[in-house]
Design a protein around this ligand. Structure first.
Ligand code: C5P
Length: 406
């Protein structure tokens, strides 16, 4: 199941070279469980044959406004009513302009005029056309009217130029639609998440760190965004691509992470401490590279500040979730951490076992809170993240409705 399962999407394809990418998009949308009906402008049919879309969507392709046969089967009004979403990908500068002024001179523009469903537009055009004030004004106006603008992306263009104007990759469009159809369990809430390891400097070239990959924290950030939250991620150094969330802040040391989190936490409704913050840091960091001329070397380490405890001790604190990684007696340690750090929830995983953990793509969690616990069995970190986010949303809402009724 994905958020796109069972959704009915009218995919509008307009006449640009990126029209061929709409074929892959159709396939991805269907794989994600959506039903797709493709409506093409006449110019689009010059780039890709309607037959391609018919085969990929499993439905007849709509091209003509006044085709009587098509009108009786599924004309513009029926298509407009059928849609849960009208997605225009690629959208040319010309189509964007026509959408802005409300023209209805072909099938696709008429569907857009007649639909009560949301409209999403993925622009694709030459970078100068995208930059043109007319296009920019049209896009702003559509966005103000609630049309979702997806992209464009930056990079090499078919015309040989480089810049903003490429169609977003089909997978990326699909991901954006997934979050658009998210169930909104965290809609309207701000979620602050820490992720990854920290690096504690010894000198300008050396540091102490740990094996955290950041995968779990990043998956949580994306799952929270899909659940409708405004997400701010504070991350230590990782090899991962930044997730698609509202804000990403990169930090290195535990002290930097502490400062960054404390500056952002006043506006957070929920804090999830998924980072593997170093527990100890060298007391001093040499400002020059330490020479290896000694047989032994002693490093004095000092305990770092516990960010999670600092957050949970705030007078106006967010719903606070901590992580625990243990090699043994997981459930007991997790419950102790819940109390010791005054948390609202602890998510605990084993390390050094087969069940997920640090660098793995999979994870399993024991989750406890005041008055309950549950076990999330081994699954991909994406799945585990979705389940944990839903659990957090459930507990957050339960706690707040209890507060409201007091
Ligand atoms: O006490 P322990 O390090 O096992 O607790 C882990 C939890 O505490 C994680 O949620 C981690 O993000 C958080 N933590 C922290 N600051 C530290 C150490 C751990 O926020 N200095």
């Amino acid at each position: 199941m994905t958020n796109l399962t069972g959704k009915q999407i009218v995919l509008g394809v307009t006449g640009g070279i990126a029209a061929y990418k709409a074929a892959e998009l159709t396939r991805l949308l269907r794989n994600a469980g959506a039903s797709v009906r493709v409506a093409m402008t006449r110019a689009a049919t010059a780039f890709v044959s309607p037959l391609t879309f018919q085969a990929l969507s499993g439905n007849p392709v709509h091209t003509e406004l006044l085709d009587t046969e098509e009108e009786s089967a599924m004309g513009h009004i029926s298509l407009a009513r059928w849609a849960d979403l009208v997605l225009i990908a690629p959208a040319t500068a010309d189509f964007i302009a026509r959408l802005r002024i409300g023209l209805g001179d072909d099938l696709l523009s008429t569907v857009c005029l007649a639909t009560r469903a949301s409209i999403a537009v993925a622009p694709a055009m030459n970078q100068a056309m995208w930059d043109n004030p007319a296009t920019q004004e049209n896009v702003r106006c559509l966005s103000d009217r609630g049309v979702r603008i997806l992209g464009p992306a930056e990079g090499d263009q078919a015309c040989g130029e480089v810049g903003l104007g490429r169609l977003l990759e089909p997978q990326r469009i699909c991901d954006e639609l997934e979050s658009f159809f998210g169930d909104g369990a965290l809609a309207g809430l701000s979620v602050l998440i820490s992720a990854g390891p920290t690096r504690e400097p010894i000198d300008p070239v050396r540091y102490i760190s740990n094996r955290s990959s950041g995968k779990m924290g990043y998956a949580l950030a994306e799952a929270a965004a899909r659940a409708g939250a405004k997400v701010s991620l504070v991350t230590g150094p990782t090899a991962l691509k930044a997730p698609r969330v509202n804000e990403v802040s990169w930090v290195e040391s535990a002290a930097e992470m502490y400062r960054c989190i404390m500056s952002k936490v006043p506006s957070a409704d929920i804090y999830i401490g998924a980072a593997a913050v170093a527990d100890y840091s060298p007391e001093t960091a040499a400002d020059r590279k330490i020479k290896k001329d000694q047989l032994e070397m002693v490093l004095t380490l000092r305990k770092t500040q516990d960010i999670l405890s600092a957050v949970s001790a705030l007078p106006k604190r967010p719903f606070t979730v901590g992580f625990a990684a243990e090699t043994d007696d997981l459930e007991n340690y997790a419950r102790q951490k819940l109390v010791a750090k005054s948390l609202d929830m602890v998510a605990a995983n084993w390390v050094g076992r087969d069940e997920g953990g640090f660098e793995n793509d999979d994870n399993a969690l024991f989750v406890c809170w005041n008055g309950g616990d549950t076990y999330l069995p081994l699954a991909s970190k994406k799945t585990i993240a979705e389940q944990l986010i839903h659990l957090i949303a459930e507990r957050y809402h339960a706690q707040n409705s209890a507060k409201d009724s007091r």
